[in-house]
Design a protein around this ligand. Structure first.
Ligand SMILES: [Zn+2]
Length: 95
């Protein structure tokens, strides 16, 4: 049984880390994003990740809007971030 609004199996945003690490050179799961739908501000880790489709979908835990989508073919990757009002990334300081 699942309490998922889509009746599907989902994982938290940490499950998206592998796919996103191929696109971003920083740990995107600790980046803070604002949902364009409800305005909820959270880390990417604090989202719901759906990995079973043809692409990966990350949804807001507040309003269920799609925050980002990643679809890959052998030749290229499409990244759809329209569900994010912004993504805030801390600068890495080298010690
Ligand atoms: Zn939302």
């Amino acid at each position: 049984m699942t309490d998922d609004p889509h009746g599907e199996t989902h994982l938290d945003g940490n499950a998206a880390a592998g796919t996103l690490a191929e696109l971003f050179t920083f740990d995107v799961t600790v980046a803070v994003g604002r949902c364009a739908g409800c305005g909820r501000v959270s880390t990417v880790a604090d989202t719901r990740s759906y990995l079973d489709g043809p692409g990966m979908v990350v949804r807001c835990t507040g309003c269920d809007s799609v925050l980002l989508r990643v679809v890959s073919s052998p030749e290229r990757t499409w990244l759809d971030l329209r569900g994010l009002a912004y993504l805030e990334v801390d600068h890495v300081t080298e010690g």
